[in-house]
Every structure is written in C-alpha cells, then in structure tokens.
Design a protein around this ligand. Structure first.
Ligand code: NAD
Length: 296
C-alpha cells in the first residue's frame, strides 16, 4: 500500500488528508499546530510529532502550506523533508506558490534525487472536504503517473499542465481571469440596477446571453439569483479577499517576469489591495460588489 506523509493540516489540508485516509492510503500527518495533528488522528491518520517522523519511509509526500517560503523550508530547510525521505520519493506540493519558486523547488529536489511536482488546486475548503478539487499539475510524465492516484482521491479533475511550474502558471492565470470577471460582473449588475433592471431580470437575460460567465452563474455577486452564492450570506467566504489578492500578486509578478501585459489584472490587483487595506481581507472576494456600489 502506498505510504503517504501529509504536511500542512490547515483549512484545506485537513479535509484533503481525511480523504486520503478514507481512500485507504496509509497516511502519517504532521503540522506545526498540534491540535490539527490531534484532530486528523481522530479521523484515522497516524500522528507524527516531527516532520522527519512523518516522512521517513513514505513513498509520497503531500504538502498544503501557506506560501513559497514555507514550502522551501519544509522540503529543503535544515531537518526538512529531503533530510529524511528515502531515495526517489515523490513530492506533491498542492500549495499555491510562485511559478519561479515551484521551478526552483523542482530543480533542488532533482539534484537531491527526488521528484517534485507542483499540484495547486482550484476549489475552496468545501471542495477540499468533499474531495472534489481540481488539480493542475506541473512536472514530468512519470511523476504525474505516480501521483495521479493520490490526487484522484482528493479531487474530481486532475490535469497535467506540462513541465515544472506549469501547474502554478495555470492556477494564477485562471484566478487572474476570475478576479477580472468578478469585478466586471459586479459593474454590469450595478449598471443594470442603476438603469432600472432588478438583479433577477438582468441575470435571466445576461446568463443566457454573451455576458455569461462562472462569476455570474455559479457565484453571482448580486444577492438573489444564485442562492448558494456568498452574496446571500453577507459575503462570508467562500474565497476571501486576502486569498484572491495573494493569487493576483503572484500573477502580476509572474507577468512582469514573463513580459506579459496584464492591464486589467493589474487593475484588479489594485482594487483587491484597496479592500485589504481597508480591513476587508476576510470578506468573500465577490464582496467587491459593495465597493462597486459605493457601500464600503
Ligand atoms: P492554512 O493557513 O489554513 O494552513 C496551512 C497549514 O500549514 C497550517 O495548519 C500551518 O500550521 C501549517 N504549516 C505552516 N508551516 C508549516 C511547517 N513548517 N511545517 C508544518 N506545517 C506547517 O492555509 P489553507 O487555507 O489551508 O491554504 C493552504 C494553501 O492552499 C495556500 O497556499 C493557499 O493559497 C492554497 N489555497 C487555499 C484555498 C482556500 O480556500 N483556503 C483555495 C485554494 C488554494
């Protein structure tokens, strides 16, 4: 049976780890937060008291950490994963980090005799708990083939996006588009309302016309038309402003490095940065509707 070490049992990682246990994998889990380790042990994972204990003897290491610096510390820092893992161990890092950091991690891993795949996810905590995440994977074919059964147990779609860093590239390009389409959807609903259409009437028309997009039909920022959307529960996340801003910063940083023009992505970053500065970091990102309406 494949032996998995799972590192990072936060909002996303705890549900993902529980799904690996449910799928029958032999999972040892570690987090700096002891309560998180205790909680996952109650769901059937073997608790580890150190990173080294979790990783020793594992075939695959799965990580779900806040940012690139945590990923580099966990894998390559003193007493990190590479100091304890057996030769050839596969690393599946599901955290959202920069393309550059992911490519550097893959290089570091390769020279130490390991395979590192970037495998960021789309879908929030509900999808992590339900095992319905989408994974975008960067790295070689052999690593993808070995990692796919593990990712399948945590998600409903697993895509191979190409070489190292391409998973992160797909993730940040997608989320930049999401931010832009969300702000555009807010502007359109606000304009329609000011011109005399209620949200439902505009929704019925635009959702079957050329303005249709995911931000409108699955996550409508105007309260009413999509009952499950955060707009109907005072913009409680969902996907918080702080998370969207993190992804936009990664996208704009990568775009600058690659010489790709992103005028609307840059403007979206400024708008979410403004919300963050004004203390709305915990609001769902569709709450940008309130700013467009001039309510906040
Ligand atoms: P989180 O902060 O809730 O969880 C991160 C966990 O990592 C924490 O439990 C923390 O204690 C642990 N950790 C930090 N450093 C560690 C170390 N050195 N050793 C062991 N454990 C360590 O974050 P999250 O919301 O679960 O997000 C994780 C990643 O997933 C982020 O990169 C985020 O951008 C991405 N993501 C989040 C969402 C979401 O909706 N929350 C959606 C998609 C992607």
């Amino acid at each position: 049976m494949t032996k998995i070490a799972f590192i990072g049992l936060g909002n996303m990682g705890s549900g993902m780890c529980a799904n690996l246990v449910k799928a029958g994998f032999d999972v040892t889990a570690f987090d700096l937060n002891r309560d998180a380790v205790k909680a996952i042990a109650e769901k059937g994972a073997t608790p580890a008291t150190t990173l080294g204990d979790a990783v020793t003897g594992a075939d695959v290491v799965v990580s779900m950490l806040p940012a690139g610096k945590h990923v580099h510390t966990v894998y390559f820092g003193e007493d990190g994963v590479t100091a304890h893992a057996g030769e050839g161990t596969l690393f599946l890092d599901c955290s959202t980090i920069s393309v550059e950091e992911a490519r550097e991690a893959a290089e570091n891993a390769k020279s130490a005799g390991f395979t590192y795949m970037d495998a960021p996810v789309s879908g929030g905590t509900a999808a992590a708990d339900a095992g319905t995440l989408t994974f975008m994977v960067g790295g070689d074919e052999a690593g993808f083939a070995k990692g796919k059964p593990v990712l399948d147990a945590m998600g409903k779609n697993v895509f191979h996006a190409g070489g190292s860093g391409n998973g992160q590239a797909a993730k940040i390009a997608n989320n930049m588009l999401l931010a832009i389409s969300m702000i555009g959807t807010c502007e359109a609903f606000n304009l329609a309302e000011k011109l005399g259409l209620d949200a439902q009437t505009f929704y019925d028309i635009s959702s079957t016309a050329s303005g249709q997009c995911w931000s409108m039909t699955s996550y409508c920022p105007a309260p009413g038309p999509v009952p499950a959307a955060p707009s109907n529960r005072e913009y409680k996340p969902g996907f918080a402003v702080a998370m969207m801003l993190k992804d936009l910063r990664l996208a704009i940083g990568a775009a600058e490095g690659a010489g790709a023009k992103t005028p609307l992505g840059g403007h979206a970053e400024q708008i979410y940065d403004g919300l963050m500065e004004d203390g709305f970091e915990g609001m769902d990102f569709s709450g940008v509707m309130k700013r467009i309406k001039g309510e906040i």
